[in-house]
Design a protein around this ligand. Structure first.
Ligand SMILES: [Cu+2]
Length: 144
């Protein structure tokens, strides 16, 4: 019995390992080679609310400030309200290991309405921790 359970455990780990590596590999390949030109690119400020986990269940999540110049699918400037938003596509050139939840950041993302990932984060840089972000709906600060 004991040997059987150990075997099942090892098999489960292998499956998890395979799942967690696939999305990352797909994202970086896509980013480097086969993406059409971006419809638009925006730079905004925000606070990191979540970071990708190896199991693929969590993505880069940023509570961003208002983006007044944001254009909708038809090219009309609609603006994007302050919101907490998942960014599923992250360029392989961005090293997220340097960041922690709660970090204030400036970041750039590209939008492609007709392909996947629809948003691709291409730059993230840390802002001073005491920077005053305009996040009206910010509730409890992480760690408080
Ligand atoms: Cu948004």
């Amino acid at each position: 019995m004991r040997a059987f359970h150990a075997f099942v455990g090892a098999a489960a780990l292998l499956v998890l390992g395979a799942c967690s590596e696939k999305p990352a590999a797909t994202t970086s390949t896509t980013a480097a080679q086969s993406l059409p030109p971006a419809d638009a690119s925006y730079t905004a400020r925000g606070r990191i609310d979540g970071l990708p986990t190896p199991d693929g269940k969590s993505y880069l999540h940023i509570h961003h400030e208002t983006i007044p110049e944001f254009k909708g699918r038809d090219g009309t400037v609609t603006g994007m309200n302050e919101m907490s938003m998942d960014f599923i596509g992250v360029s392989s050139s961005v090293d997220l290991s340097k960041f922690a939840i709660g970090d204030a950041v400036e970041f750039t993302f590209e939008v492609r309405w007709k392909s996947s990932p629809r948003t691709l984060v291409t730059m993230v840089k840390k802002l001073p921790p005491d920077v005053a972000l305009k996040l009206i709906n910010e509730t409890a600060k992480p760690g408080s």
